[in-house]
Design a protein around this ligand. Sequence first.
Ligand SMILES: Cc1cc2nc3c(=O)[nH]c(=O)nc-3n(C[C@H](O)[C@H](O)[C@H](O)COP(=O)(O)OP(=O)(O)OC[C@H]3O[C@@H](n4cnc5c(N)ncnc54)[C@H](O)[C@@H]3O)c2cc1C
Length: 614
Amino acid sequence: MGLFAKNKTIFVDSDVLVIGGGMAGCGATYEARYWGRDLNIVCVEKANIERSGAVAQGLYAINCYMGMQWDENQPEDHVRYARNDLMGLVREDLGYDIARHVDSTVHKFEEWGLPIMKDPKTGRYLREGKWQIMIHGESFKPIVAEAARKAATKIYNRIMVTHLLMDKTKANRVAGAVGFNVRTGDFYVFRAKAVIVAAGGASHIYKPRSVGEGMGRTWYAPWSSASAYALPILVGAKMTQMENRIVLTRFKDGYGPVGAYFLHLKTYTENAYGKEYESTWYEQIKGIVGDYIDRQPIPTCLRNHAFLEEVKAGRGPIRMVTKEAFQDPHLETIGWENFLGMTIGQAVVWASQNIDPKHTNPELTTSEPYVMGSHATCSGAWASGPEDYAPDEYQWGYNRMMTVDGLFGAGDTIGGTAHKFSSGSFAEGRIAAKAAVNYVNDLGRDHPEVSEDEYQDLKKTVFQPLENYAIGRNEIVAGTVSPSYLLPLHGLQRLEKIMDEYVGGISAHYTTNEPMLTRGLELLDMLKEDLDHLGAEDLHQLQRAWELQHRVLASESVTHHTMFRTETRWPGYYYRADHPKLDDTDWHCFTLSRFDRESGEWAMEKAPVYHIVD
Ligand SMILES: Cc1cc2nc3c(=O)[nH]c(=O)nc-3n(C[C@H](O)[C@H](O)[C@H](O)COP(=O)(O)OP(=O)(O)OC[C@H]3O[C@@H](n4cnc5c(N)ncnc54)[C@H](O)[C@@H]3O)c2cc1C
């Protein structure tokens, strides 16, 4: 046993274990209590649910609300919208399921105290766009966290979950999870009948535009560390659409949101010479993707593509024309408030760069790629669909159960369902929890059991980086450098460089091909070998070490998926230069992967896309 075997082991039993207390996790915890009055509901979170996850700083708009009470939109409309934006490929059953339940979720938010802006003329929620409603959302996260706190048997904050546990009696059935307290170093063994993974998306897979002291400045939360993907991948759950990484067009250097600017302030973009540029690229885009360019609204990736082509043609930077809208004091206030409740950093960047949007049109840029399942993108786990709506091929068990028994997911975790955003993620958490409670009730006495050998081995593995450091520091040659270990930050920078250069990051202009991907995989393999030598100086660095492990596994998945899909389906998100066009004949399908941890091999396959909504 290693040096850190003396760390205390704490056992926690639960019926439903929710991993991650962000939007989806809070939704799952809340709903699990509703259906499972007497059940033991536990939520485990690596930060503190009060301000954790992508909504930590607040939001200014809820981006997914149908408005069915006023007949504004129907769930079918949202399915059509998401399908269009994702170039034809979404799980329509899952998307429909969220859309039909999302309004009641938003009504709950309001009941719990979230101020939603109203249109003074109609009394309805104030729309920012067709799907978005505007909120005073600085305290959005504490409001939903309170609902989860009141519902849970117990919330465990500050525990990073590192691995799932499998049942020792039945193959392919989950039995819990392990992790460590990032403050005390205690090792936790969570024994559970059902597990819901709601651990958010992934930033820092690709090298960000801001490096060095600015590297924490990313669009997606820097603490979104791919656990949502790595945890299920490691136990053999199938993943889907992992190639569908997202690139965002945002205000330069602060990644401030542009939605309210486009939709509510009615600002627009122009090139460096004051010209509209999107129409310039119409014919070129049509040559790559055909009729998809004629869909309305124009898919997000294609608008990115026009932006990138215009910059490559030497007519950048692209700017947002704010000078007109900001002359209206009401719109000016909204423009600033939009940042203050959500991305304060953008206001600070503008102040530091002498940009007053009333007098200067600010620059936009395209971000580095991110992996997530809830925005205009749909990477994540392959999940069983709703009984009343999913085609047979999408149903093998309970709603939102992955291909591992008892393992559920929601929010960024689940693939194939774009445009769920904060409200849809919470709603999906509720859907998953209801199904998980049914699963637990149906188990009867057939409970999963954890194996002592498995968690003891994992305990050693989890604390190994502390031991590597404790021993390796004796050989420090200069500063913090030792020949015997790799620091988490160095490993992260190596990962970001590989993904950036070989798998279509910013410095490769989002472009890759088979030889590049092949080399990328070789380099990822070499990085994985070195991860056994990660050195963690303290518990904070131990968390970084495990976040890196999760990011590397998710990156490998992204690379395999990108290799498998031999077409360019989403120009503006990434390009397969060796297959530069969209190919509906061969690739109007989902890509699925399964990782075998014994052999280290990835198996790839296609799954059909069923169009349920006309
Ligand atoms: C910049 C930005 C702007 C956005 N703007 C909007 C908007 O305007 N409107 C809107 O509706 N939506 C918006 N969204 C989308 C919304 O925030 C997400 O869709 C939603 O938060 C996803 O929910 P989730 O639960 O999957 O992930 P999160 O809310 O990120 O929650 C994941 C949780 O898991 C925890 N966790 C991660 N790993 C582990 C681990 N290993 N162990 C334990 N816990 C772990 C995290 O700490 C976190 O609390 C925005 C997102 C971002 C990043």
